[in-house]
Design a protein around this ligand. Sequence first.
Ligand SMILES: [Fe+2]
Ligand SMILES: [Fe+2]
Length: 294
Amino acid sequence: MRLAHFSDIHVTRFPLAGGFALKRLAAVASWGLAGRRRHFEGSDERIASLLAHVEAQQVDHALCTGDLTGVATEAELARAAELFGERLKQPARWSVIPGNHDRYVPGAQGLFEKHFGALCEGASFPAVKHLPSGVTLVLLDSARPTSVIDSSGLLGEEQRSKALSVLSDPSLKDRFVIVALHYGLLRMTGRRDSRSHGLRDDLELMRLVDRDDVTVDLIVHGHLHRPFTIKTGRRTIINAGSATDLHMRCGYNLYDIDVAAKQVAVTRFWWNAQGGRYEPDAGHALNLTVRTRA
Ligand SMILES: [Fe+2]
Ligand SMILES: [Fe+2]
């Protein structure tokens, strides 16, 4: 089974439409003053190229782990949806979950659901997709509006409790189970993320996925724009990083999953800006094969 995983594509549209908020104004300042514009300049073309490249890899399914936009305006979400086009009608082949930038301010409420709800079971989380290949996707929503100095996420007790009932179902034992969320559980260093940038209930989620009665093969996320993988205890965690951020070697991951062997082979693709295309990133540390169960 072949799955593509990309994240943090950040369609960015200024000047703003769809209502101002202090946090959006701060984002405009950072876009202009701190050079954020250069991170995502021309990202529409990269996104179109990315979606076509993913399809050309003959994938069974493709997953985006959030941050489709910059400041969650109607214009940005509508443009992201336009780039997805007909794929929005194919929930059996495409999955998208929200990132913090897609729920940036309280005024953005309902916009992600309106444009991308079709690809995450109506945005009722946890959303579960049992794919015909034997892979089960458990999609979580860790994004919420926050203050100007806070970009943390939260799953909340209710969602974690629902996720526990899903993941502890014995029928999952024979399947390859992937938990997808926007926020990571750990940073690249293996340490927890900061209180103002990470998942507030990260420890609770780690305890959940470590339970003996729970089946999880792989945890995938974005939010941190530099990609990496971490294996701690029974957890295999892969961060796809940003697919479009020009301030790093941006790209996406392809997972060739052997459901019976509980094994995943990762191939990394990067954006070759000079060539104007995504291509295999032969030397990248993410090109590896991992067994997800002992
Ligand atoms: Fe991001
Ligand atoms: Fe994020």
